[in-house]
Design a protein around this ligand. Structure first.
Ligand code: SF4
Length: 478
């Protein structure tokens, strides 16, 4: 059984790193600001978001139809289409293709689906040499880590640390941190890997049912290099990556790069329509892995609209400060906190609480997924499933009783204000009260809002009038 993710504990090392956490925060805020400028430069931005959301809603509603259409058209172009119900089946299909081609070395371009399926470890356990060719992915691979962000996999690593990693693995100068020098070293290293790769694996950004083709977007051109030399190309895609028509594609490519990195377009938007030539093979693996179950949910279905731009992570105040690894999930951040509990509510029950409900993720999502509403809905689901920690259960019951009894509420306010003034600091700030670990409490006011309102507005607040059958409350009599 996988360990239960407790986001607050998992986030602690990152949050308490006084240099890294603010640096990570500002690096991602820079990307978010670029996204804002790009969005503002497109007058029809909101219209594009609505169209994209409509296309996705339609596609997911008719998914079986479009999947069949895609399979028919891709097959007609000479591709071999495989279906995988889960991660294990996906990995076995990849391995069977590699074995059929007697392959020992593969070059892989960035694909969150293969991360989700744990493909690298699976292949390495089967004696296959896997090289991630996206620079950020290669850095985390060399460090034995997982990506911390779906678009910027090494955003948590500083350039000095990249220098150390390259010194250890690629033999670059010790202490080197010049990005140009390090990038050239990585380029030389990867060139050899591209030349010796026997099979290329890519993800899929968009698959088009109408044509049976698909599109892969990268900024480094590594997907193109990775599949141009080998004879066999394996494309791994989640079932939700479909769009119905070729002419829908422009809507998404305009939204994707602007939302992801604040670029007008990704540097390489490569279209694949069948195998390269009669001597080549193209395999497309359509993966379910929980997507059908998610599609059945009225509340969370629209999470399948996600085009993996990462904008919700760049804007999320919790993600920016706690880092992607604190989510212990392939897809972190707001969308990951919706998707992960759908896969295993018990394991990921703390993620819907890794959210301030500020709604910024919903505002930036290019396909209009109501992310913060879904995170709130997850909290309700977790209560229904009995997965709320006892401390929250008890405190919520207590709060509910308090809010239903105005006199009790007024009394507890009075006690609280007095207690906070006279109690010694150690009694309010200790290990039992996690809320105050990094916070000082504000100085309590001498009067309640009701009292203030009575005094300044001369009116009668509802709280006071309900609390004692029309008589002044205990608070106002004081
Ligand atoms: S949920 Fe929206 S903002 Fe977040 S990664 Fe997906 S498409 Fe982008």
């Amino acid at each position: 059984m996988l360990p239960i993710v407790q986001h607050p504990e998992a986030a602690r090392p990152f949050v308490t790193d006084e240099n890294r956490s603010p640096w990570h925060d500002s690096a991602l805020w820079f990307v978010r600001s670029k996204r804002d400028k790009q969005a503002a430069s497109v007058p029809e931005w909101e219209y594009l978001r609505s169209v994209a959301s409509g296309i996705k809603t339609h596609t997911i509603a008719h998914l079986p139809f479009y999947l069949r259409e895609f399979e028919k058209n891709a097959t007609a172009r000479g591709a071999v289409v495989h279906w995988a119900k889960d991660a294990a089946e996906h990995n076995e299909i990849v391995l069977s293709i590699l074995r059929a081609n007697k392959t020992q070395r593969i070059v892989k371009s960035k694909s969150m689906l293969t991360e989700e399926c744990g493909l690298n470890h699976f292949l390495e356990d089967n004696g296959i040499d896997v090289v991630d060719t996206d620079l950020g992915e290669r850095i985390v691979q060399l460090r034995g880590e997982t990506p911390s962000h779906i678009v910027l996999p090494a955003i948590h690593i500083k350039k000095e640390e990249v220098g150390e990693t390259f010194h250890d693995h690629l033999g670059t100068d010790q202490g080197a941190s010049d990005p140009q020098y390090l990038t050239e070293a990585a380029r030389g290293h990867l060139r050899g890997k591209f030349l010796s790769g026997e099979i290329g694996i890519t993800g899929v950004n968009f698959a088009i049912a109408e044509t049976g083709g698909f599109v892969v977007c990268t900024n480094e051109g590594n997907a193109d290099l990775g599949v141009s030399l080998p004879r066999v190309h394996i494309a791994c895609m989640g079932m939700e990556k479909l769009i119905p028509r070729q002419r829908d594609l422009g809507v998404f490519t305009r939204l994707l790069a602007r939302s992801a990195t604040g670029q007008p377009i990704t540097s390489y938007t490569s279209h694949f329509f069948g195998p390269r030539d009669e001597n080549s093979e193209l395999h497309i693996i359509l993966v379910d892995n929980g997507r059908t179950k998610l599609r059945e949910s009225d509340t969370f279905r629209s999470a399948l609209h996600c085009i993996r731009c990462g904008a919700c992570m760049n804007t999320c105040p919790v993600f920016r400060r706690s880092g992607g690894h604190s989510y212990r999930a392939t897809v972190p951040g707001p969308i990951g906190s919706v998707l992960s509990p759908a896969r295993d509510a018990s394991q990921y029950k703390s993620l819907p609480y890794a959210c301030s409900l500020c709604g910024s993720c919903t505002d930036v999502c290019p396909v209009k997924i109501p992310l913060h509403h879904q995170l709130l809905a997850w909290r309700g689901e977790l209560v229904g499933k009995g997965l709320l920690p006892w401390s929250k259960r008890v405190s919520m019951k207590f709060a509910s009783a308090l809010f239903q009894h105005p006199r009790l509420f007024a009394l507890s306010g009075r006690i609280g204000r007095t207690a906070l003034r006279i109690l010694p600091h150690w009694m309010t700030h200790n290990r039992l009260n996690t809320w105050t670990i990094a916070r000082e409490l504000p100085k309590p006011p001498r009067e309640s809002f009701s009292q203030w309102y009575q005094r300044n507005r001369g009116g009668e607040s509802k709280l006071d009038s309900r609390s004692d059958s029309g008589n002044p409350t205990m608070e106002t009599r004081r």
